[in-house]
Design a protein around this ligand. Sequence first.
Ligand SMILES: C[S@@+](CC[C@H](N)C(=O)[O-])C[C@H]1O[C@@H](n2cnc3c(N)ncnc32)[C@H](O)[C@@H]1O
Length: 296
Amino acid sequence: MNDYPEIASPARTQAILNRYRLSAKKSLGQNFLVDLNILKKIVETANLTKNDNVIEIGPGIGGLTEQLAKVANQVLAFEIDQNLLPVLAETLAPYDNIEIINQDILKANLPEIVGQKLTPDQPLKVVANLPYYITTPIVMDLLANPVKFDSIVVMMQKEVADRLNAVPGTKAYGSLSVIVQQQNEVEISFIVPKTAFIPQPKVDSAIVRLSQKSSGDEQPFNHKRFVGFVRGCFMHQRKTLWNNLLGIFGKEPPAKAHIKSILADLAIDPTDRPEQLAVQQFVSLANAFHKVGLLN
Ligand SMILES: C[S@@+](CC[C@H](N)C(=O)[O-])C[C@H]1O[C@@H](n2cnc3c(N)ncnc32)[C@H](O)[C@@H]1O
């Protein structure tokens, strides 16, 4: 499709940055991936076909975007940094199936944009090398979005990936693990060393694949309320579940009595710490508190 060397080589990336007199902005999490093998592995992990539409977050100078455009139908790439637009116009000029949207992904109206730009009946996948300073808000927004994605394959700091994938009883297990795992199968596909980037970040990264669970498990009565409830349960991680629940619902008699009887009904020990509970136990708890009118 083009005769240029791939964008994501260390030499070409550095040459582009020099020519446009750009230096990577730390404040926007700009670490550009310059290892073509890793980019290809990311695309393989996303399992893209010519029928798939892709949302990319943060195309940077276009290294990953280029690889996505080669195998997917259409790529919509959200880039907040206006200074990168002329770069992307140059690097991605050979591709006619990419649209760059100069918006903050956390503020973009995805349902409207996707509805306007993409055909509705094609699979929609997210593939991105996420800006690390907002990894968690982006993942949370994607999961809560009315737009449903067939899969999400994203690079993040390894430490955050470990939290997404953590099992109960471990230090990494927290509200993020529960909220993400409630809806998704989580897989850490592979680790990316910091040497694969310009500039190099301080820590290694991981490629995480999220795909919607198709289990018949009990579902939370409301996703947003469930998220708030789980965060409340982990508010004071070293305190008991009992104390965290009192923190959420108050110590007054009706709330206290409900907490006591719901924990007893669900056979949950009030002296357990929040990290000892399985994902489905949080769902049962949230739904039980909703049923008695404490969580609405
Ligand atoms: C880790 S870099 C990835 C760049 C490129 N995709 C790559 O793999 O080399 C993250 C990118 O996200 C962009 N970005 C940061 N915050 C953003 C936001 N709120 N919305 C959209 N893009 C953002 C940065 O400007 C940067 O281009």
